[in-house]
Design a protein around this ligand. Structure first.
Ligand code: HEC
Ligand code: HEC
Length: 474
């Protein structure tokens, strides 16, 4: 008998005495312990894990995916057409920084030919019973597959981001301009430091040498470098057929020029797949004044989120698959910090009508904007969660949107309670459609209609117009 085992056996009576003594001291604590969790048999619910070995060869999977793609796209298009009027309707007089006109709504269609006016007079119960809530959660293009999908305009400039199994779904006029402007808190005097270009690994040095410090330059280089990801990697389980796509993706592929291209994804930390949420890429402008990162995850620093993105979000929150596909472990002190420091100097776009408290300068504002501000801080109560100067309270709120619909499956997604979500800042908001964590609100008019219902505000048509006018100047 090995020595260690003998010692263990010898100790057993001693341990029994100790536990008996504990039982006598606090018998109730022991009695209250719940029975041990019995694992359910595997066939009762889907596993959290993906099988790491691909059963079929890449060519077979690709051929089937390509064959199915028109059907997948048509089915999703049908869902979008039922929910939205997707025609191009923009305000040519109101631009994003580099000149793209902003989309105008509301775009949502309401069932049974009802108007927003009529629905806003109904109670949440009535809206739920009649099934007429116009802003249900938005499913991913193919919800059961998911993953990163890049807008078509972006793919024209960066063909390596194309997938063979699906295309992006929303028309270009509902997306941020591409490429967007980039502003630095450290060099406000320079205005748009991207100089109208898409910042890449090949031009960043020329653009930023002499403007950033060497640490920030290295951080930017890493933010522009491709690393393996779930759909873009070299294994047989991938959704790219291009050699340059197999290298992976860069942070700034989605957060283009530190803003967003509108690329979409699914949140990694929910199971099963049908309950995962579509997520619209957030802008990194203004992360310096924020305290929570991720719509639902609420990580507490840009450093943490930077590490988390490549280790977990890139691989659907599955470290087993990450190991197979090539996870890139960033070094905290010399890489994560540099990347975070670069992100922390990305500024919101200028808002010339706001004063140093972030409030409207009435000498520069129109009457409609002034009325909109009064509503925002008054009757509409938006400021309770979106206070000036950056129009976020840096908290999460549960808007309890599930009051308005019954749980059901739609587009492969479970429409159900979504819980607390981060209050996104509204500074520069006209430059980052579509809105909400999943992008279900295509225009600012839709966000006003949404909150008018959610908060049961009873706003008039004129009041809604004034609120939109105010949101446009933030
Ligand atoms: C699919 C394209 C995509 C890529 C590539 C990507 N992100 Fe993100 N990023 C997102 C999305 C989507 C969110 C919103 C997450 C959520 O809502 O939970 C996000 C959120 C963030 C946030 C939090 C922002 C906030 O306001 O809460 C940070 C910081 C961030 N990303 C940094 C990075 C870094 C650093 C990289 C590279 C390591 C990266 N991202 C790569 C899509 C992407
Ligand atoms: C109870 C807190 C609360 C109130 C009140 C509130 N909001 Fe929000 N707002 C949020 C939260 C939380 C989100 C993110 C929700 C999500 O993504 O699902 C949000 C998101 C938004 C967005 C989209 C931001 C983005 O980047 O996608 C806009 C625009 C907005 N709110 C405007 C308003 C307006 C206008 C009002 C008043 C009519 C208002 N909010 C009232 C908490 C609130």
């Amino acid at each position: 008998m090995k020595d260690s085992m003998r010692i263990q056996l010898l100790m057993m009576p001693a341990l029994a005495v100790v536990s008996a003594a504990l039982l006598i001291v606090s018998p109730r604590a022991n009695a209250q312990q719940p029975p041990p969790q019995q694992p359910k048999p595997a066939d009762q619910r889907p596993s959290s894990y993906i099988f790491p070995v691909t059963v079929e060869p890449f060519d077979v999977v690709r051929a089937r995916d390509k064959e199915a793609k028109p059907r997948v796209m048509a089915e999703h298009q049908k869902l979008l057409d039922e929910r939205y009027d997707l025609r191009r309707h923009v305000d040519e007089n109101v631009h994003m920084t580099r000149g793209k006109p902003i989309p105008v709504g509301p775009t949502a269609k309401i069932k049974n030919g009802l108007t927003f006016e009529q629905v806003s007079k109904m109670s949440p119960d009535e809206i739920r019973e009649k099934g007429v809530f116009p802003y249900l959660p938005l499913p991913h293009i193919e919800h059961m597959v998911g993953g990163m999908v890049f807008p078509q305009t972006q793919i024209k400039a960066q063909p390596r981001l194309e997938r063979f199994d699906m295309d992006f779904d929303l028309p270009d006029w509902f997306l941020p301009e591409f490429p967007p402007a980039m502003f630095l808190t450290t060099r406000k005097d320079l205005g748009d430091v991207s100089r109208g270009q898409l910042i890449t690994l090949t031009n960043f040095f020329e653009l930023f040498n002499g403007i950033l410090n060497p640490k920030q330059l290295e951080g930017l280089r890493l933010l522009l470098t491709q690393f393996p990801q779930q759909q873009f990697n070299a294994t047989d389980d991938r959704k790219t057929e291009r050699a340059d796509g197999m290298i992976g993706v860069a942070c700034f592929d989605c957060h283009v020029n530190g803003h967003t291209s509108g690329a979409t994804h699914q949140v990694g930390d929910i199971r099963p797949q049908a309950n995962r949420r579509r997520i619209d890429t957030t802008s990194l402008r203004g992360v310096n004044i924020q305290r929570l990162f991720g719509s639902q995850r609420a990580l507490k620093s840009v450093e943490d989120f930077t590490e988390f993105e490549q280790r977990a979000a890139y691989f659907d929150g599955d470290p087993v698959i990450a190991t197979k596909k090539g996870v890139n472990i960033l070094e905290r002190g010399s890489q994560v910090h540099f990347m975070a420091e670069m992100q922390e100097i990305l500024d919101f776009p200028p808002a010339p009508k706001l004063d140093i408290l972030g409030r409207l300068d009435h000498s520069k504002a129109t009457e409609s904007e002034v009325r909109g501000e009064a509503l925002f801080f008054g009757k509409a109560n938006c400021a309770a969660c979106h206070p000036a100067p950056f129009y976020t309270d840096n908290l999460m709120h549960d808007l309890a949107v599930e009051r308005f619909f019954k749980p059901h499956m739609e587009g492969g997604m479970m429409m159900t309670a979504q819980g607390p979500i981060k209050t996104f800042p509204l500074r520069g908001i006209k430059e980052s459609p579509p809105y909400l964590h999943d992008g279900r609100l295509l225009t600012l008019e839709d966000t006003v209609e949404f909150f008018n219902l959610i908060q049961q505000l009873g706003l008039t048509q004129a009041e809604k117009g004034d609120l939109v006018a105010f949101l446009r100047v933030l």
